[in-house]
Design a binder for this molecule. Sequence first.
Ligand code: WT7
Length: 647
Amino acid sequence: MDRITVSATIRDTAHVTAEDYRRLYEESLNDPEEFWAHQKERIHWFTSPQKIKNTSFSGDVSIKWFEDGILNASYNCIDRHLPEKENQIALIWEGDDPADDASVTYGDLLLHVSRMANLLKSIGVKKGDRVTLYMPMILEASYAMLACARIGAIHSVIFGGFSPEAIAGRLDDCQSDFIITANEGVRGGKVVPLKANVDRALDILEESYGKSVKKVVVVYHTETETACDPDRDVNYNAVIGTLEDTCPAEPMNAEDPLFILYTSGSTGKPKGVLHTTGGYMVWASMTHEYVFDYKPGEIYWCTADVGWITGHSYILYGPLANGATSLMFEGVPNYPSSSRFWQVVDKHKVNIFYTAPTAIRALMREGDGPVKATDRSSLRILGSVGEPINPEAWSWYHRVVGEERCPIVDTWWQTETGGILISPLPGATDLKPGSATKPLFGVQPALVDAEGHFLEGATEGNLVMVDSWPGQMRTIYGDHERFKQTYFSTYEGLYFTGDGCRRDEEGYYWITGRVDDVINVSGHRMGTAEVESALVAHEQVSEAAVVGYPHDIKGQGIYAYVTCVEGCTPDEALLKQLIQWVRSEIGPIASPDFIQFTPALPKTRSGKIMRRILRKIAENEYKNLGDTSTLADPAVVDSLIDNRLNR
Ligand code: WT7
């Protein structure tokens, strides 16, 4: 499809025009010290940093930005906007039920966050402690995150779709003594038993790791009662009114940790991605302002969950650092109907809307009717994140949702990058459907071949970053060796993203998807190894191999090949059991779409599973399997093809 040129209306008022982009991008690479010394001013520092950049991708890998600066993230998200924005709405909450909504001003937010911070102090949370959040999309989730930041505690938010097993593993990994949760969440009219999951997780923590936590704060969001351990559990609703209304913001060093967020890799258990305070805040603020061309007074809505990095950077920290009005949605796109997103847009007069391709594809399938039944005239900018957006979905989003008036920013980034790295800027960049377009300021992408040679011009290769940017992760919590190994050892001295990418003649980047064993299911990132280890933990399973395959709505689906133990005859009942098993080991998002039972897996003579073949069969592309001559037993492949499930 054709390129879409920058609209004059957008350009005339934009923060960054094409001319600005060229000039500033060049400056950011030629003189990073100068560029970031200027950008750091968007944040309030208790002590302004004199040192700007001190980073190395070689040797021990050390990344420091603004290292002698002192600040507080919560202060930046709240206090610094007062008293001017005392009565401006900071957060709009839209409930799962369309009749439920609420909003808090910056003045209110200071009160709620201060009380929550005092509650945390009163139960013994100290600077540097890890506090685990397992919350629905309610205002208290943002109070809790900002309260941690206020007192210098490190939050670790676990997405509400993860299982008790997954919670226990993460509690153990970061040695977290405190949990903040809710009795229940509600999504699409269905209840999520969060507190019951936490209770189960704490049993597992004790049984499997011999550990326990000190306190569990429970927010009562619904009427339902839950089990309560009076020595351990704290009823938020009952005590919050008794706490002091003010709480000073703890002075933090720029490189003090702000949060940990677990994400999946190609091997082993999930990694605790660690982000620190100064660079992250500068990056979240800058990218939010430029990529969404955010202007004071605009209503901004990112549909992500706060359990993911998108929610951290673009519901909370970025928008609030910029004094924005940010909308938080508890529900799902198709409840009570497929018009819901657009009804919410109309109800709150949303100007900037940021969502994931999987949601767009699902809604596109319902046709134009549910969109056209709404007005949407408030919309100015649309955004996409989480996975490659196919040009068809892009065009539908542009034509039907945005009525060709709204530029689409296809934003490429990762949990590890802290914020957006490659994206159009609405007033600067001509759009090409399916391309994340150009790098932001200070971002130096490069494409390399398998040996790490730089590829020039229009080409395709593995996407790396040549130098650091302020929002970059600093380490894997408690495992710096693994951090170096995962990101900096594939190509010496370069940050390896794990993504494949094409670059066209005009220097536009087109992300093609992961080149490692990570899959992306409805924007949820998962290691195939994680699903495999969940499967083999079942007593009837002897071996498992998991691959992704293209899925119309989800982007990728999960295809599992399973070999059972001797004497086990797989049947429908076992199939159901295994699906349930994976859901309870990891969470519903990891449910396999297909489980193919097979007496054997295709292996090389040295015993390595040939995943390439399994991927082809899962994709139903079994006619062109390539070289199979190194297989120990080629007959295995014929039987896999005969019994393939994705036809
Ligand atoms: C992986 C990171 C970015 C926050 C949400 C996901 C894929 C992300 C795009 C995009 C193509 C994308 C990549 C990346 N991805 N955005 N605009 N176009 N692919 O964060 O869970 O850390 O996943 O998501 O494969 O590596 P994440």
